[in-house]
Design a protein around this ligand. Structure first.
Ligand SMILES: *Cc1c(COP(=O)(O)O)cnc(C)c1O
Length: 421
């Protein structure tokens, strides 16, 4: 469900035509819908209504301050994987006691900042990290609330590059080591076990692997309680998939919630959710302009002004995005098979191969649908291209929430050494 539709023959975000935004801001540009973001946050809250539940939106999916502020107002906390993301979340109005800190490589400085802020929970991923957290917290005379992220050795079934719960993945504490590590938490000063955490991957469309992982996790939580650990939280991570293409039918949030309720059963715990993609993915599009149509012997290239530096998912995961012209094509418009490519000097700078689309003339604009998560968040200035701007729509108004930098801003951190001046 999203708020991008054709109205009067032009593709709109809510009540704003994407052409109006592109005319003002230029292309490429990301456009986000407030109505979609808030609706998704509400859907997740509704399906878990009545449960003690913290929705910690995964900042890495889309960390724009305006997006975070929209979601904070909609009641979301935050799941962060760096001190920078924690600072973003707090700047956007998320209170520290609604922030969980995940990630395999937290530095001592990051631990210190999070302890200073007073976050809800550290999701700890190794014995080394646990000992470092213990020493940092002790030196500050604080106690860090800890959940160990366990690796349940379950294949998520999605793309291997976004699977995180198999025993060969770098994430989480090896399953068989977890009980002993909880005993170590109990022995160490400055750390206190409050929960068990699991996250098996992203863009997961089937509930089976998640159920398997959560059943193992809940079983572990029960055994830990019996052994005297005060486990009061289960963090089920994120990972719920979204539809990217026609025919995609990932498990809906209501089924996901019903499964979690079933698995948690009578275990009296706070459930922490870390949804990213399912909230932001379909709430954004990237608009780009066709530059050239280039026929070659066996295919036709459509060269657009966005590159893999602006939207990396196709190059990184071979991901599919639906691509819609801003001008609504006639229902019976003939199609052309295009290879859609960007201007970057890399062969992986390809958004789609042999994509059947209505004919696109140079100067026409198209929207990459479902680009709200892991889109702008992964963008870079590769090829000295300015960072892609972002726009937030709310009803019939829009605002630039990240502007395109100037050349001077792009190079502001660089200095010539004195022997070159
Ligand atoms: C990336 C990530 C998430 C969010 O995943 P989505 O697929 O976007 O929901 C949640 N938790 C952790 C630990 C992550 O690394």
């Amino acid at each position: 469900m999203h708020h991008f539709d054709y109205k009067n023959g032009r593709l709109h975000c809510e009540d704003v035509s994407l052409d109006a935004i592109a005319d003002k801001v230029g292309t490429p540009v990301y456009v986000y819908s407030t109505a979609t973001l808030t609706r998704h946050a509400r859907v997740i809250a509704d399906v878990f209504a009545g449960m003690d539940c913290l929705i910690a939106y995964s900042v890495k999916a889309n960390g724009n301050l305006a997006v975070l502020s929209t979601l904070a107002r909609a009641g979301c906390g935050a799941d962060v994987v760096s001190a920078g993301e924690m600072q973003r979340a707090m700047t956007a109005g998320v209170s520290a006691d609604r922030i969980v800190f995940s990630g395999v490589g937290k530095t001592r400085d990051e631990m210190r900042a999070a302890l200073e802020a007073g976050i809800h929970q550290f999701n700890v991923e190794s014995a080394g990290e646990l000992r470092a957290l213990s020493s940092v917290a002790t030196s500050m005379d604080k106690t860090a609330p800890v959940a160990l992220r366990v690796n349940p050795d379950v294949a998520a079934g999605g793309h291997p590059n976004i699977s995180t719960g198999k025993s060969g993945d770098k994430f989480g504490v090896p399953w068989d080591d977890a009980p002993a590590l909880y005993d170590e938490v109990a022995r160490l000063p400055g750390v206190e076990a409050v929960g068990v955490d699991v996250h098996i991957g992203s863009q997961i469309g089937e509930l089976g692997p998640m159920r398997a992982a959560f059943e193992k996790t809940v079983g572990l939580a029960r055994r830990l309680r019996e052994a005297g650990h005060a486990i009061s939280r289960i963090d089920v991570g994120g990972g719920l998939g979204i539809p990217y293409a026609e025919g995609d039918a990932p498990a809906p949030p209501a089924d996901y919630a019903a499964m979690i309720r079933d698995v948690i059963g009578d275990l009296d715990v706070q459930v922490i959710l870390e949804p990213g993609r399912v909230i932001a993915g379909n709430a954004g599009v990237m608009v780009t302009e066709a530059l050239y149509v280039k026929p070659s012997p066996d295919r036709t290239f459509l060269i657009v002004d966005a590159g893999m530096n602006d939207l990396m998912r196709p190059a990184l995961y071979n991901a599919h995005h639906d691509i819609l012209p801003l001008a609504e094509p006639a229902a019976d418009a003939p199609t052309v098979a295009y290879d859609l490519v960007g201007p970057i000097c890399e062969s992986t700078d390809k958004f789609a191969a042999q994509r059947e689309m209505p004919a696109i003339e140079p100067g026409a604009r198209v929207a990459f649908m479902s680009s709200g998560a892991y889109g702008a968040a992964l963008s870079s200035q590769y090829n000295a291209r300015p960072l892609v701007p972002e726009v937030l729509v709310d009803g019939d108004r829009f605002a630039i929430v990240r502007r395109r930098p100037s050349f001077e801003e792009m190079t502001a951190l660089e200095r010539l050494p004195d022997w070159l001046t």
